[in-house]
Write a protein that binds this ligand. Structure first.
Ligand code: PEP
Length: 252
């Protein structure tokens, strides 16, 4: 059985005091129901949020990480810096990074290797645009992204990763994939993992859904066989809605 996960991506939002109070609110209200909770603030707030989460079961994620462990990469953040702040998860290949910062499949793969070598759990994001979906190319796109991100990984390494299926047309738009649409892609991704690795690995890797997840639509999504949780943007910015997702995560 895969542990349900609710992971918040706070993106480039909140002032530091707001981030700390959100983290405290989540830590205080976190249900003890076996759902793994992860929050990912902007990198300059990681230190303060890490302190706010100390001694709580809520885990810390970063929104990005460079593949090099140090060096002349102005503006970037390296794994060892994240480790010092108790970061355990790194979101890699988010569509906003691919779209606005030119992240390639190859670059995502380099980051995945580096993250695993430093004992992080990469949350590998992938998903199709509306045009790709309408042209019937959803499976081709997500398979290509998944295989590229996992290129060169052993099954053991792959088992340390989390995959997040995030249809780009559903991110921040209020449009959600229907539970059936999402389940179809999740089942397909699991088949690709089975083909690329083995049955056990395919069954171990959590596949999260992301794209306008809200308390009102999450129960039907998480009830699907291959949907193991959510990667959540907007609804992770309020303790109340994030905690509601955490509660729903278990009852499904
Ligand atoms: C995301 O940032 O990964 C995301 C899915 O955002 P939202 O929930 O706001 O659509």
């Amino acid at each position: 059985m895969r542990t349900p996960i609710v992971a918040g991506n706070w993106k480039m939002n909140l002032a530091v005091d707001e981030a700390v109070s959100l983290a405290r609110g989540i830590a205080e209200g976190a249900p003890e129901n076996g759902v793994k909770l992860i929050v990912s603030p902007v990198s300059v707030h990681l230190s303060a949020v890490s302190e706010a989460l100390a001694a709580s079961p809520v885990l810390l994620g970063a929104q990005n990480m460079h593949w090099a462990t140090s060096g002349a990469y102005t503006g970037e953040v390296a794994g060892p810096m994240l480790r010092e702040l108790a970061v355990r998860y790194v979101i890699l290949g988010h569509s906003e990074r691919r779209q606005h910062f030119g992240e390639s499949d190859e670059g995502v793969n380099r980051k995945v290797h580096s993250a695993l070598a430093q004992d992080f759990h990469p949350i590998i994001c992938l998903g199709e645009t509306l045009d790709e979906r309408e042209a019937g190319n959803t499976e081709t796109k997500v398979e290509c992204q998944l295989r590229a991100a996992m290129s060169g990984l052993s099954a053991e390494q792959a088992q340390q990763t989390i995959v997040a299926y995030e249809p780009i047309w559903a991110i921040g738009t209020g449009k959600t994939a229907s539970p059936q649409q999402a389940q179809e892609v999740h089942a397909f991704l699991r088949d690709v993992l089975r083909d690329r690795f083995d049955d056990n690995t395919a069954n171990e890797i959590p596949i999260l859904y992301g794209g306008s997840v809200k308390p009102r639509n999450f129960d039907a999504l998480i009830a699907q066989k291959d949907i193991d949780g959510g990667l959540v943007g907007g609804a992770s910015l309020k303790a109340e809605s994030f905690l509601e997702l955490a509660r729903i995560g278990r009852s499904a």
